[in-house]
Write a protein that binds this ligand. Structure first.
Ligand code: IPD
Ligand code: CA
Ligand code: CA
Length: 265
């Protein structure tokens, strides 16, 4: 079943990404703000999500959908789709070619503690990179199988992270980054959590951590990173959650989590 779902996920992500890229070429403006003045949505976010929902509903009317812009719609099949129509909206708004359509299919409710990811696609149409994975089927960039980078000591590790839209939380996150920076090769804030996770999956990054991610930010990238040999988890033995997510080669995640704990993450 995962293979069929993956084919559908891939087809929808490609079509949605092409629409996002076309709207970007035509010009993009802020349509509204959400949780804070810096948390923006464009008309394209909404239009792309509508397209994705229409394609899912046409192909699999019994499935549930949770999308960032359109919320939750119930289903009866026990399968849920997690949709981030444009992950990296701020990059998209500014014309930085680092944003993605992120679509995942999971068995169970849209709760990272209980779901089983079945298939996922993360597509950056600006540079035509499509990352995919099906459960137990490996992770791919296009047709190429991908693997997490070999473990390196933390002082040689390139670590990505991201920041919340909430000013108070951003302040804490920035202070933590300042304490982490002397211990690692360097830090990246690339602006698109799904691309951070697939960046771990194909060895562009040694690790990634973030607080306050939503299920649609990480569902697809989480499966792709795991299928590429990474660990993706929350604190200790917990599943990834809004509270915390960390990803990387198992021998990088261990020391990184320990260090983040020491630094007061
Ligand atoms: C955001 C991006 C960003 C991450 C934020 C997310 P959006 O998603 O993934 O990298 O740091 O936590 O909210 O709003 O661009 O879909
Ligand atoms: Ca997002
Ligand atoms: Ca988004």
């Amino acid at each position: 079943m995962s293979t069929e779902l993956l084919e559908l996920t891939r087809a929808i992500a490609l079509e949605a990404g092409q629409l996002a890229a076309q709207r970007r070429r035509e010009g993009v403006e802020v349509a509204a703000t959400k949780s804070s003045i810096v948390d923006v949505v464009t008309a394209a976010d909404r239009e792309v999500e509508e397209l994705i929902r229409a394609r899912i509903e046409a192909a699999r009317p019994q499935d549930a959908i949770l999308g960032e812009e359109g919320g939750a719609s119930g289903g009866t099949s026990g399968i849920t789709w997690l949709v981030d129509p444009i992950d990296g909206t701020v990059n998209y708004l500014y014309g930085i070619p680092h944003y993605a359509v992120s679509i995942a299919v999971v068995e169970g409710d849209p709760d990272p503690a209980g779901w089983t990811p079945l298939a996922g696609a993360v597509f950056n149409p600006a540079i035509d990179e499509l990352f995919t994975a099906a459960r137990d089927g490996g992770a791919y960039l296009g047709e190429q199988r991908i693997r997490v980078a070999d473990a390196v000591p933390l002082e040689q590790a390139l670590i990505a992270t991201g920041f919340s839209y909430d000013a108070a939380i951003r302040g804490e996150q920035g202070a933590l980054v300042a304490r982490l920076l002397p211990h690692v090769r360097d830090i990246r804030r690339l602006g698109t959590a799904s691309l951070d996770l697939v960046g771990v999956a194909n060895g562009r990054l040694n690790g990634f951590y973030e607080r306050t991610l939503n299920p649609w930010d990480h569902a697809a990238g989480e499966l792709i990173a795991r299928e590429a040999g990474a660990i993706v988890k929350g604190r200790g033995a917990a599943s990834p959650s809004r509270e915390f997510l960390i990803a990387g080669h198992p021998d990088v995640v261990g020391p990184l989590e320990e260090l983040l704990d020491e630094l007061g993450a």
